[in-house]
Design a protein around this ligand. Structure first.
Ligand SMILES: NC(=O)C1=CN([C@@H]2O[C@H](COP(=O)(O)OP(=O)(O)OC[C@H]3O[C@@H](n4cnc5c(N)ncnc54)[C@H](OP(=O)(O)O)[C@@H]3O)[C@@H](O)[C@H]2O)C=CC1
Ligand SMILES: O=C(O)[C@@H]1CCC=N1
Length: 273
């Protein structure tokens, strides 16, 4: 997905699986001159700056938005360094769980006279293809311009939805942040089941992946309820009904999906800090 809105310049701290996925999408959308702190990448296309640590940043560099994409457990050291360098900053955190209160506390303790504004985003890795889904929450002191900057960044790599409470970001994490992993697990399990039914592995893999792609395309392109799309596959007395009878038994998918999402949301709460 592309955007006609001009993207803000960024300082990206943490360029692993999620930071890297977003960066790929932003570079494809004409990111203005920005900087990335990363110890693994060798190059970044001009005019962007790649440095191994915050201390190596050009002194004059002032991004519109600082994107925090390190692990929640590693945030404090990063925030302490940032606070000493950027007194006024818009910080977009994609970290699961870490609350704005805990991030603000670390920032303010590290340097006095700071006025950071935190916005939380929960993206997902399909952002790398412009097919991301991001939930966003802004602290009440965020200005419309700061929110717009963060929204345009995340819309450049997919869809965005704003939520009303910070707690709801944890629910977003359990559904769409972690969600691609659930889908990839289904691909793995379908492939395995195909092999169990006598198909060559490569054939089972193609069938599983193409089926998830096709079904995903239908969900993306059609306004039809998922339940109706499911019923359209399910002939009375046919094969799908037999399979769904297994999957939809109360102790199978319905319960395990709810429990899995609840476990993710609970873990996000534990990471709040
Ligand atoms: N993966 C996902 O699908 C999603 C992840 N997130 C969130 O994104 C964040 C990152 O997760 P993920 O990308 O999976 O993790 P990764 O471990 O892949 O990426 C984190 C990156 O941050 C780097 N890093 C650590 N400390 C610093 C530092 N001081 N300065 C610069 N870079 C640093 C790490 O480098 P090194 O290895 O050298 O330590 C690593 O490259 C997490 O907070 C997670 O909650 C959110 C949504 C989805
Ligand atoms: O597993 C995690 O904690 C991160 C957040 C959502 C997806 N990956």
């Amino acid at each position: 997905m592309s955007t006609s809105t001009r993207l803000p310049s960024i300082l990206l701290v943490g360029c692993g699986k999620m930071g890297g996925a977003m960066l790929d999408g932003w570079l494809a959308c004409g990111l203005p001159p920005s900087a990335v702190i990363d110890r693994h990448r060798d190059t970044l296309p001009a005019p962007h700056v790649l440095v191994p640590s915050l201390g190596d940043l050009p002194a004059s560099f002032q991004p519109d938005v600082i994107v925090l994409a390190v692990k929640p457990q590693k945030a404090d050291a990063v925030l302490e360094t940032l606070a000493r360098r950027f007194a006024r900053a818009t910080l977009l955190s994609v970290m699961a769980g870490r609350s704005i209160a805990s991030l603000s506390r670390v920032y303010s303790q590290a340097a006095t006279d700071t006025a950071p504004v935190f916005i939380r985003a929960m993206p997902n890795t399909p952002s790398t293809l412009g097919a991301g889904m991001t939930g966003l929450y802004a602290s009440p002191d965020a200005t419309p311009e700061q929110k717009q900057h963060c929204d345009s960044l995340m819309r450049a790599v997919g869809q965005t939805v704003w939520v009303d409470t910070e707690q709801q970001i944890d629910a977003v994490t359990g559904i769409s942040g972690s969600g691609p992993a659930y889908v990839f697990l289904l691909a793995e399990l379908l492939e395995k089941a195909g092999v169990e039914q006598g198909l060559p592995q490569a054939t089972a893999r193609t069938l599983a992946r193409a089926t998830l792609y096709g079904a995903g395309q239908m969900l993306h392109s059609l306004p039809t309820d998922a339940a109706e799309l499911r019923r359209n596959v399910t002939s009375p007395g046919g094969t799908t009904a037999e399979a769904l009878g297994v999957l939809m038994a109360s102790d199978a998918w319905p319960a395990s999906t709810s429990q899995a999402v609840a476990a993710a949301v609970r873990r996000a709460g534990e990471l709040a800090g």
